[in-house]
Design a binder for this molecule. Structure first.
Ligand SMILES: Nc1ncnc2c1ncn2[C@@H]1O[C@H](COP(=O)(O)OP(=O)(O)OP(=O)(O)O)[C@@H](O)[C@H]1O
Ligand SMILES: [Mg+2]
Length: 259
C-alpha cells in the first residue's frame, strides 16, 4: 500500500513550532455514566518533562488520549499554544495528530516489520521518498542507539530495545510533544533507568515537550520537573516535583509518597 499526504517532513518541522504549550480548561470525559476525567484545568509548559501520576484508574491514560487528540473530551477546551484544537476535525485533526508522538507500556510495534520497517512506517504515511526515509531511519537508529539492530525482527529484541524502536518511530516525523503512557512499567529497574536517560537526553537535544504518565514515583523523581497528581479523574495537586513530593497537601499525593 502506498500512503500519500500533502504534508512532507519540512512542513512538519515548520509546524512543530506552532505548539508552545498545552492547556486544558474544564476538561471532562464520561464513559457510560463513569467520570474518567473530571473538570481538569492544567497548563503544561513547553520544552520540559511533565509527569502525571496517580493510582490505577485515576484517569491518567484518558487524559493523555485527550491531550494527544486521540479522543475528544466530553466537555471543556484544549489548546496548543493559542490554538484551540479539541474542535478540529477531518484532515486538520489528522495533521495535528501527526505532530504528536506516543509510546506505550506494551510498545505497540508491528511484528510483521523489522526494526527499520517499524521506524519507517510514519514516514511512509507522510509520503516521503524511499531515499528520504532511509536517511531519516538511519538518523533515528543512531539517536536511540540501536544502529546494530536495524534489520532485526522484533522477537529478537529485549523490552528495552523494543521501547527504543517505539521511541524512534514516535520521533520520526519530528513531533513537538512526546506522550509516554507507562513507557517503563514493563521494564526492569536497570532498563527503566536507561530508557529514562534516553528520554531526558532526547528532550534536551530536540527541545521537545515530554508528557509522562506513570504510577511510579521514582520515574517522576528521575526525570520530571513538574508533576500533576490525579485522583478519581481530577488533578488534585500540581507543581514542581520537589514541592509536591516534599510537602504533599492531598491524601492522594501523600499516599504516593509513602508508597
Ligand atoms: N474506553 C473506555 N470505555 C469505558 N471506560 C473507560 C475507557 N477508558 C477508560 N475507562 C475508565 O475510566 C477510568 C480511568 O481509566 P484510565 O485508563 O484513564 O486510568 P489510568 O489512570 O490510566 O489507570 P492505569 O494506571 O491502570 O493505567 C477507569 O475507571 C476506566 O475503567
Ligand atoms: Mg493508564
Amino acid at each position: 500500500m502506498k500512503y500519500h499526504s500533502d504534508c512532507g517532513l519540512e512542513d512538519m518541522r515548520a509546524m512543530r513550532y506552532h505548539i508552545s504549550m498545552i492547556r486544558l480548561w474544564h476538561v471532562s470525559k464520561q464513559y457510560a455514566g463513569l467520570t474518567a476525567v473530571d473538570n481538569v484545568d492544567l497548563t503544561i509548559n513547553d520544552d520540559c518533562i511533565f509527569g502525571i501520576i496517580g493510582k490505577s484508574g485515576a484517569g491518567k491514560s484518558t487524559l493523555l488520549r485527550i491531550m494527544s487528540l486521540l479522543e475528544p473530551p466530553g466537555s471543556g477546551e484544549l489548546y496548543y499554544g493559542a490554538e484551540r484544537v479539541d474542535t478540529l476535525k477531518g484532515k486538520e485533526l489528522l495533521l495535528k495528530r501527526r505532530q504528536m508522538g506516543m509510546i506505550f507500556q506494551n510498545f505497540n510495534l508491528f511484528s510483521s516489520r523489522n526494526v527499520s520497517g517499524n521506524i519507517a512506517y510514519p514516514l511512509e504515511i507522510a509520503g516521503l521518498s524511499k531515499k528520504e526515509i532511509r536517511a531519516r531511519v538511519e538518523e533515528l537508529l543512531y539517536l536511540v542507539q540501536i544502529t546494530d539492530k536495524s534489520k532485526s525482527r522484533l522477537r529478537e529484541l529485549s523490552g528495552g530495545q523494543k521501547q527504543r524502536v517505539a521511541i524512534a518511530r514516535a520521533l520520526a516525523v519530528n513531533p513537538r510533544v512526546l506522550f509516554c503512557d507507562e513507557a517503563t512499567s514493563a521494564l526492569d529497574p536497570q532498563t527503566t533507568r536507561s530508557i529514562l536517560a534516553l528520554i531526558r537526553d532526547i528532550q534536551e537535544k530536540l527541545q521537545i515537550t515530554v508528557i509522562l504518565v506513570t504510577h511510579q514515583m521514582e520515574v517522576i523523581r528521575a526525570v520530571c520537573r513538574q508533576v500533576a497528581v490525579m485522583d478519581c479523574g481530577r488533578v488534585v495537586e500540581s507543581g514542581s516535583v520537589e514541592s509536591v513530593f516534599n510537602s504533599p497537601k492531598t491524601d492522594a499525593a501523600k499516599n504516593l509518597v509513602v508508597g
